[in-house]
Design a protein around this ligand. Structure first.
Ligand SMILES: C[S@@+](CC[C@H](N)C(=O)[O-])C[C@H]1O[C@@H](n2cnc3c(N)ncnc32)[C@H](O)[C@@H]1O
Length: 269
């Protein structure tokens, strides 16, 4: 999400929490991108069963059963109480976090140097101030600690944006930061050695309504700075479908997701 005023950011953060809370039951079946991305990211952490891991923006916690290979205990944090409750309803006690913390990643109620591994997948793009998230990571990461984050960057949903832009000038899709802007937000934390890699994950849909439904099921349909919902009536959807269809391939309608994978470690001294 692009930078906005403090007041707008406050309102947006409430909308984001509400929207993800509403989606806690519909999220997982719709989360094919999120599952691919998070599993790719988790593989970048050492599977040594050691230390305290923080899952920042944990969502419904579908990945938590995998954490047993990566840490000896973990904390799950999310803005949304609904998502945390879902994550805390894992059937097996071994898949449960030690703590479920409702918090904004830009201001974490966790002690300094209390986390050995920080994992955060597809949360950062919902934060108006990514530099504040990196400052919190700097504060809570212990010496010898490891970090893996993923975030959506500019170019995500480019085909959908282009289709909307041919119909009106309203903002219907979030503006995602350029990869360089996210990198610039991380770099001031110089005690962590960072690595950045951008990957494109293309997904295909039968039609534009399926894409819109998936975004809603995920709770990812909030748009910062949107003036009105704009999507009024069948005529609008018909025109949108026509504009999107120029991208259609034999696999269906493509939607590109540009993912920045950020990994880092702090020296042990
Ligand atoms: C797309 S979901 C990703 C969930 C999970 N990490 C996954 O990979 O499936 C984004 C999650 O980040 C949470 N979130 C959004 N903004 C946040 C913030 N500022 N602080 C903490 N969590 C936030 C949302 O509530 C939601 O559960």
């Amino acid at each position: 999400m692009t930078a906005v005023s403090a007041e707008t950011a406050e309102g947006f953060i409430r909308q984001v929490a509400h929207s993800f809370g509403k989606a806690c039951d519909s999220y997982l079946p719709a989360a094919r991108l999120q599952q691919q991305v998070a599993l790719d990211a988790l593989a970048l952490l050492p599977a040594d069963k050691q230390g305290h891991l923080l899952d920042l923006g944990c969502g419904p916690g579908w990945i938590h059963p995998r954490f047993a290979s990566y840490c000896s205990q973990f904390t799950a944090a999310d803005l949304s109480a609904g998502m945390l409750a879902k994550a805390a309803s894992q059937p097996l006690a071994t898949h449960l976090a030690t703590n479920y913390v409702q918090a904004d990643a830009q201001q974490l109620p966790l002690p300094a140097h209390s986390v050995d591994k920080l994992f955060s997948s597809l949360m950062l793009q919902w934060c108006a101030k990514p530099a504040a998230v990196f400052a919190e990571i700097d504060r809570i990461l212990a010496p010898g600690g490891r970090v893996v984050l993923t975030t959506l960057v500019d170019g995500t949903l480019a085909e959908l944006k282009q289709a909307f832009a041919s119909l009106d000038q309203q903002q219907h899709v979030n503006r995602f930061l350029h990869a360089a802007e996210v990198i610039a937000a991380a770099k001031p934390v110089s005690s962590i050695r960072w690595q950045f890699e951008q990957r494109c994950y293309p997904l295909f849909y039968p039609d534009v309504i399926s894409l819109a439904r998936e975004l809603k099921a995920l709770g990812a349909n909030q748009v910062a700075g949107r003036q009105s919902r704009g999507l009024t009536g069948k005529g609008y959807w018909h025109n949108l479908a026509g504009a999107y269809d120029i991208h259609r391939s034999t696999l269906g309608l493509p939607a590109s997701y540009q993912v920045l994978i950020i990994s880092g470690y702090r020296d042990a001294n």
